[in-house]
Design a protein around this ligand. Structure first.
Ligand code: GLU
Length: 443
């Protein structure tokens, strides 16, 4: 069987790591099985959907490297949903209801106060044609509910294992709103069925939808796809994500300097039995991927883990792979040797700015033993410098001052860089100007 999966965001906000995870898992599943991946815009909620977000979502996916083979937009397919609507009405599975939001909420309250589940009582099914005409004459417009079969719906979930649902314990879902627009429960099934989606992999918040949707696939004459529902992760404090949670949107992470592969490396492994390790390419993640590795526990998305992973990724990145970013940051003079020497000290690529100014700009250095620094200054070798210069110099300083180990190296490091830690001076020194070094040793 050829695999066809989809990522189906609603363009009502920017993507956050939770959405990106759904996209990534589907993309990896497709690539692992030599299948295809569709990006579908679930944009039938016209009040909240915006073209601006549609564009932004595509931009975020491109940044992550998750290219799509097929693109679909639900508002381009409204006639398909109409046809499904007519079919369902004809076979008696879709019925008009006239209750207002207030009436429904009163009904739910009254059921709850009797200790009964807030399941819609299907009163609309008891309306006669005359009742309906009368309601419509009063200006009421119907919304439409799908009549669930009173049977058990069961499926073998790719992540949760066997799942069972009693049809009678759920409300008949609304498929069409009073404004004549279809709701996701229907549109998704029509698309997944017609476009022949083979596996629906999404968050566990959709399990109840799946129960109704399985019946809907059948009512529309489709074989239901296979389903997999992964547990949603929470943020570091244990709270859920919301699309409106601005600070953790992909665009913000990206602006902060998070590498796409750092996020991918984390999202591909959260909630699985695999260790979270830096991966430089999506191909490596495809290698590791297995939908059966996802467990039932609720993983935490911690930005500190992401930051650590970002640093690890950067420490592995070749000069070639960062050159474009360096130029964008305005550092077109940075050489391969400079990159290799400072790379182990960076958390973000943009941190090169700091080490660049250590080598070429103005920095503050602490006050130190003047006598010692003066001797070091006098012994500073002439250029050209190479990787042997640092040890040649420090050996001479050691002989002249009798200092060794930390007492020898730390004051020199502080004098040259203003920092207690940093790149290997054997590598950094030859990247600095001799006049700059003399200036620092005279400060
Ligand atoms: N538009 C739905 C959502 O964003 C898609 C869920 C699904 O994958 O079916 O939650």
């Amino acid at each position: 069987m050829s695999v066809f999966v989809r990522f189906a965001p609603s363009p009502t906000g920017r993507l956050h790591p939770g959405n990106a995870r759904a996209a990534l898992i589907n993309w990896l599943f497709a690539r692992k099985h030599q299948g295809k991946f569709m990006l579908r815009m679930d944009d039938t909620d016209q009040e909240r959907s915006e073209l601006e977000y549609e564009v932004a979502i595509q931009d975020d996916l491109i940044w992550l490297g998750l290219n799509w083979d097929v693109f679909a937009r639900q508002t381009d397919r409204l006639d398909r949903y109409r046809q499904a609507f007519e079919h369902l009405v004809k076979i008696g599975r879709l019925y008009p209801c006239y209750e207002t939001q207030e009436e429904l909420s009163l009904m739910r309250k009254s059921l709850s106060s009797q200790g009964r589940p807030p399941v819609y009582d299907r009163s609309a099914l008891k309306l006669s044609d005359a009742d309906r005409l009368k309601l419509e004459a009063q200006g009421r417009k119907p919304h439409w509910r799908f009549k669930l079969d009173d049977k058990v719906v069961a499926w073998d979930d790719m992540i949760r294992g066997p799942v069972r649902f009693e049809g009678a314990h759920s409300s008949d879902p609304v498929l069409y709103r009073t404004d004549g627009l279809p709701i996701y429960t229907l549109t998704s099934v029509v698309d997944d069925g017609e476009l022949k989606v083979t596996h629906v992999i999404r968050g566990e918040d959709h399990v109840t939808n799946t129960a109704a949707q399985v019946q809907l696939f059948e009512a529309l004459g489709f074989n239901p796809p296979k389903f997999g529902h992964f547990t949603l992760f929470t943020d570091a404090t244990g709270h859920g994500f919301s699309k409106r949670l601005g600070s953790l949107s992909l665009i913000n992470l990206r602006k902060e300097g998070i590498e796409a592969m750092a996020l991918n490396s984390l999202l591909a492994k959260l909630g699985t039995s695999d260790a979270i390790e830096p991966r430089l390419s999506l191909e490596e993640l495809v290698e590791d991927f297995g939908i059966d590795k996802f467990a039932r526990g609720s993983p935490k998305f911690d930005d500190q883990d992401l930051l650590q992973l970002n640093a690890k990724i950067i420490h592995l990145m070749s000069f070639e792979s960062v050159q474009k970013s360096l130029i964008e940051l305005g550092y077109d003079q940075i050489t391969e040797a400079f990159w290799h020497s400072v790379r182990p000290n960076l958390t973000y690529i943009k941190d090169v700015a700091f080490w660049w100014s250590v080598c070429h700009g103005d920095i503050k250095t602490p006050l130190q033993d003047r006598h010692f620094i003066q001797i070091a200054k006098e012994l500073l070798p002439q250029t050209p410098w190479d990787q042997t210069t640092w040890s040649a110099w420090t050996n001479q300083v050691k002989e002249a001052t009798g200092k060794k180990g930390k007492e020898l190296f730390l004051p020199l490091r502080l004098a040259l860089t203003g920092q207690e830690h940093g790149p290997e001076l054997k590598e950094l020194l030859p990247l600095m100007d001799r006049t700059k070094v003399l200036e620092r040793l005279s400060a």
